[in-house]
Design a protein around this ligand. Structure first.
Ligand code: ADE
Length: 388
């Protein structure tokens, strides 16, 4: 029954992913992944399932795990598990220990290629000496994951070539900005059912994701405050009509606070102490550590479940704040993630980068590489033909 619902979601997404349809048709004919094993650690929802089915159509055998326990959709996972040649080890809400076990199982699958979101598998396999002897390369989806790969590279520990899919123009300019912008607000509005127009929103971090969050907040009629430590990005925010503020001032004024910095503990005890009553706290960054949940728990006189996905914390000053989706990335913890067409583009880059890496990876030395310009432009042309 659950699998049937999963297939419904996968088919709906697939019907709106024309780039994947095109790539899948070619892969079915050319079978570029024949005899290859691919491990994926991605947010396991319907669009991701379409990427996995595209890689499968190209002849790959796959081992599939999630990227975050709260983003895994069980119906989708169960549907995929019905496909021969695809092993799924992921379930919604899996405890940390189980997820760690699944990462190790993926590594033991000895993939030729890893396609991931966040860098947990890449990090772990570099801790396990001698693991993944057949590995040719890694394709990484996010800003956070690319940063972790660069750390491995800087420390001279990176063992294989890795493609920074996040850094492709067709990825960060659209997925991070318009994808995060729309899907984060979608999840916040679904979870709270609260009005945004006329309210004050604080965006913490003005990278590509922060820009998208601010843009959509303005479109919804909010007053937008931005806190950004990089002075150049702060100027950009000001020129784009946002009010640049110190973090504590923003916390005292905002009805909604959204973090998108990639940094741990950005909203800590000092910031929470001045939070406005009724404030909704949400995180749009990859890891659920930007809002310090432990500090919230320590400070709270009382906490309770206010609504599905909404935890209320009554702080010592008597004010209540609401944390969404346990502080994990809210668009996937409480929603379906980015819009379908956005992920069609981002995952088209993944599929073509995977093909490129399997064909060329053995002649590349370990290091972080950009997506070849040719692939970025192919995806742009394909998407343009869809848009026009
Ligand atoms: N769906 C699958 N992967 C996603 C991602 N990285 N961000 C948003 N939605 C997604």
């Amino acid at each position: 029954m659950a699998a049937k619902k999963g297939w419904e979601k996968i088919r709906w997404a697939g019907a709106h992913m024309p780039l994947h349809a095109e790539i899948k048709k070619r892969f079915e004919k050319e079978r570029p992944f024949s005899g290859r094993r691919i491990g994926t650690a991605l947010h396991l929802e319907a669009k991701t399932a379409n990427l996995i089915l595209t890689l499968h159509a190209g002849g790959a055998e796959l081992f599939v795990i999630g990227s975050n326990p709260l983003s895994t959709q069980d119906a989708v996972a169960q549907a995929l598990a019905e496909v021969e040649g695809i092993t799924v080890a992921a379930r919604h809400g899996e405890p940390e220990e189980e997820r760690r076990g699944n990462i190790d199982r993926l590594i033991d699958f000895s993939p030729h290629l890893i396609v991931e979101d966040g860098g947990d598998v890449a990090w772990r396999l570099h801790e396990r000496e001698g693991s993944c002897p057949k590995l040719i390369g890694i394709c990484e989806e996010t800003t956070t994951g690319v940063e972790r790969l660069r750390t491995l590279e800087r420390e001279g520990r990176l063992r294989v070539p890795a493609i920074a899919v996040n850094d492709a123009k067709m990825k960060h300019l659209f997925d991070n900005r318009y994808g995060t912008g729309q899907s984060t607000w979608d999840a916040i509005m679904r979870a709270t059912n609260l009005l945004v127009a006329g309210k004050t929103v604080l965006i913490v971090g003005y990278g590509w994701c922060g820009k998208g969050l601010a843009l959509r907040a303005k479109g919804l009629g909010a007053r937008v405050l931005v806190c950004e430590i990089d002075p150049v990005k702060a100027v950009e925010a000001a020129m784009e009509g946002c009010e640049v503020v110190e973090l504590r001032e923003g916390m005292a004024r905002a009805d909604f606070v959204i973090t998108a910095t990639g940094r741990p503990g950005v909203i800590g005890e000092e910031e929470l102490k001045v939070a406005k009553h009724g404030q909704v706290l949400a995180n749009a960054g990859h890891f659920g550590y930007e809002i310090d949940r432990e500090a919230l728990g320590r400070l709270a006189k009382k906490r309770y479940q206010a609504r599905a996905g909404v935890e209320a914390y009554v702080l010592p000053h008597g004010r209540t704040v609401y944390l969404l989706g346990e502080g994990e990335l809210v668009n996937l913890a409480l929603g379906d993630g980015h819009p379908v067409e956005i992920m069609d583009v981002s995952f088209a880059l993944q599929a073509l980068s995977a093909e490129y890496l399997l064909q060329n990876g053995e002649s590349l030395s370990p290091g972080v590489y950009p997506v070849p310009e040719r692939i970025d432009e192919t995806v742009a042309r394909l998407f343009l033909s869809v848009l026009s």
